[in-house]
Design a protein around this ligand. Structure first.
Ligand SMILES: Cc1cc2nc3c(=O)[nH]c(=O)nc-3n(C[C@H](O)[C@H](O)[C@H](O)COP(=O)(O)OP(=O)(O)OC[C@H]3O[C@@H](n4cnc5c(N)ncnc54)[C@H](O)[C@@H]3O)c2cc1C
Length: 398
């Protein structure tokens, strides 16, 4: 039985092969200046890869989705996906800059013309960083609509009180997109109503009701806790209409799913290539370890899974670009990419034996980063629940 979404889908061409070859080549050139040692040093120092982000910005890659009239290159989602895929394929860490690509979509789609003119050209030029996206809260986790952060109207704007957790890069960003409840849950007609989206100027707020504290995590992701203690923000920090913020965030999620899935495809390529190379070179018991099926088959499986996941990523991007509903496909792409990435990471780690743990090989860093894809920005459980409930019509678990 087909789902309603698949029955109504129009025919859409999906490109295969090395699409956007020029962009891929240009990304590879930029990434070549950031070898494994660069990433190892950043990882060990838990430092932000400022030079890398500056290089991506100068090349225009982080402004790929900003329309030309606002200073960007106005490329389709697939082109942006290719950029992130190649960054990860080169062994670099795309997460340091990826949020800028999808958070700015909320301003573009729902912001006023004045907000677009004020922020987008500066973001495109690298003068302003919009790298932080505050959704997750300590007590509500995946159950976003139960968020506790409140924004109360004042004479000049809003006063925000509450807390976010795991907000990546907040200490390396000028602006943060965040959601807060403007109408108490008990006064709304549905739990998704009464949440608003704000563009918060971190520079203005620090020390005046905004505090950001780093959290140490398994990966160099610059995660933070963000505390709002009666932070005053101006009325024009509100994006779109008050109370419709949850809808705006959902609108942006398909792009986020596709972009982060493309990153996972790129990292999977890195793992498969690195594992294959080592399996051919390393000789134990007088033969290449890759001759053993227990080494060879997991790498082959990861490769097969990657090729299949890549097709779903391309399909979701093509549907997004065509403007047709692609929630199921974006989620499935994200799920398949996270799974093939983890399988490839495990295969690569196993292939390297003890050397997988040696930092200089770079495998353990990518392996740690790979694990995150099953949890953030969305856990694979929640994707399965989405498909179960919204595509297959199974009973809701939440
Ligand atoms: C390094 C890192 C960076 C992050 N960056 C950001 C960021 O920039 N901005 C931001 O807003 N958030 C960020 N996050 C948070 C991330 O999005 C959340 O951790 C994630 O969405 C899960 O929420 P939680 O940790 O509260 O888990 P919980 O919601 O507490 O869930 C715990 C586990 O239970 C499962 N679970 C819960 N409910 C169900 C259900 N109904 N059915 C099945 N399984 C269920 C979950 O899938 C998960 O496996 C980041 C997290 C990390 C680790």
């Amino acid at each position: 039985m087909n789902s309603p979404e698949t029955v109504q889908q129009p025919i859409i061409d999906v490109p295969t092969g090395e699409d956007y070859g020029d962009i891929r080549e240009a990304v590879r050139r930029v990434c070549a200046a950031f070898p494994p040692e660069y990433w190892r040093e950043k990882d060990e120092a838990e430092a932000y890869p400022t030079e890398f982000i500056d290089a991506l910005t100068r090349a225009g890659f982080l402004a790929a989705l900003i329309p030309e009239e606002y200073g960007g290159t106005g490329l389709p989602l697939r082109a942006a996906s290719v950029i992130l895929e190649e960054v990860c394929n080169a062994g670099c860490h795309a997460a340091a800059g990826h949020a800028q690509m999808y958070t700015m979509g909320t301003i573009l789609r729902h912001g006023s013309e004045a907000q677009k003119r004020k922020y987008l050209p500066q973001i495109a030029a690298g003068k302003l960083r919009l790298q932080a996206f505050g959704v997750t809260e300590p007590t509500t986790g995946s159950d976003t609509t139960q968020l506790k952060t409140r924004a109360t109207k004042t004479a000049s704007g809003y006063r925000i009180k509450g807390q976010k957790i795991f907000t990546s890069r907040a200490l390396h960003s000028d602006l943060m997109l965040a959601i807060a409840r403007t109408t108490p849950l008990e006064e709304t007609k549905s739990r998704t109503h009464g949440i608003s989206t704000f563009l918060i100027d971190i520079r203005e707020g620090l020390g005046k009701g905004l505090e950001i504290r780093p959290i140490k995590t398994m990966v160099n992701h610059h995660a933070t806790e963000v505390f709002f203690d009666d932070l005053e923000i101006p009325a024009d920090a509100l994006i779109g209409e008050e109370g419709r913020g949850f809808r705006y965030i959902l609108d942006g999620m398909n792009a986020e799913r596709v972009l982060t899935a493309a990153e996972a495809i790129g990292s999977t390529r890195w793992f498969v290539r690195t594992a294959t190379h080592y399996a051919k070179e390393r000789r134990v018991f007088d033969r290449a370890i890759g001759q053993n099926q227990s080494i060879q088959f997991p790498i082959a499986q990861a490769h097969i899974q990657m090729e299949a996941a890549d097709l779903m990523v391309r399909r979701a991007a093509a549907m997004f670009q065509a403007g047709v509903p692609c929630g199921a496909e974006a989620n499935m792409a994200r799920y398949l990419a996270a799974e093939c990435l983890w399988n490839a990471a495990e295969a690569c780690m196993q292939t390297h034996g003890g050397y997988g743990f040696a930092r200089e090989f770079g495998v353990e860093r990518k392996w740690r980063e790979a694990r995150l894809a099953r949890i953030a920005p969305v856990s694979t459980n929640l994707i399965l629940a989405h498909i179960g409930q919204h595509v297959l019509g199974l009973p809701r678990s939440y």
